[in-house]
Design a protein around this ligand. Structure first.
Ligand code: AMP
Length: 221
């Protein structure tokens, strides 16, 4: 197994599942959204550029995004494989990723698609709360913290992402269908797509994902 590209609309559970999958497989989880948020927190030029796009729920331009992610996956911790979460998000990004991987003798091994209906996504995203300290994800409806506003894992403070308000969520979903959904065909044509029902329990989605990853050939021939 080399690169795992997790596909699915915002709110499908890619982040939660990517973390679990990374633990299970012993390889890093690289989230383009987290890389942008980290840059934003450090007030880098890249972070400030990304902010206006993120606030609207629009995609950050491909050239900037591709450069940031290709740089990250070139680090030594990525040699045994990577779980990519939120990248690629456009056909241009997918082609740039393939070009970079081919040049390095590497490949995308599998592209699991986590499927969840739109009305469920809206509810999930607007009720999502995240721990400022450890990044644990809660949901006020389906997975509420025991003490309101407090992380059950580390007692950190919970917050709502700026882009999880209903207006921005609607635009993120629209952007997903316009720009990212074409990737389903791209990976299907390469026989890398595996569909997973994202409305199952977190454990059952994880079991299906592990099976999907293990069902694919381990090398890049
Ligand atoms: P996420 O955490 O994956 O939901 O990403 C949050 C926001 O970061 C998105 O709404 C985009 O504005 C930006 N972003 C994350 N990944 C990408 C990407 N691959 N291409 C362009 N923009 C991205």
């Amino acid at each position: 197994m080399d690169f795992v590209v997790l596909l699915g609309p915002p709110g499908a559970g890619k982040g939660t599942q990517a973390k679990l999958l990374a633990q299970e497989l012993g390889i890093p989880h690289v989230s383009s959204g987290d890389l942008f948020r980290d840059n934003l927190a450090r007030k880098t030029e890249l972070g400030l550029l990304a902010k206006s796009f993120m606030d609207r729920g629009d995609l950050v331009p491909d050239d900037v995004t591709v450069r940031m992610v290709i740089d990250r996956i070139g680090h030594p911790d990525c040699e045994a494989g990577v779980i990519l979460d939120g990248f690629p998000r456009t056909l241009g990004q997918a082609v740039a990723l393939d070009d970079a991987l081919v040049a390095a003798g590497r490949c995308v091994s599998v592209a699991p698609l986590i499927q969840v209906p739109d009305d469920v996504l809206m509810d999930r995203l607007t009720a999502r709360r995240i721990c400022r300290q450890c990044g644990a994800v809660f949901n006020l409806v389906s997975n509420p913290p025991e003490v309101p506003g407090v992380c059950g894992e580390c007692q950190g403070e919970l917050y709502q992402r700026d882009d999880d308000n209903s207006e921005t969520v609607r635009n993120r979903l629209y952007t997903y269908y316009r720009d990212t959904a074409p990737l389903i065909g791209y990976y299907f044509a390469r026989k890398l797509l595996v569909e997973v029902d994202g409305q199952q329990s977190i454990d059952d989605v994880q079991t299906a994902l592990v099976a999907a990853v293990r069902s694919m050939p381990g090398d890049c021939q």
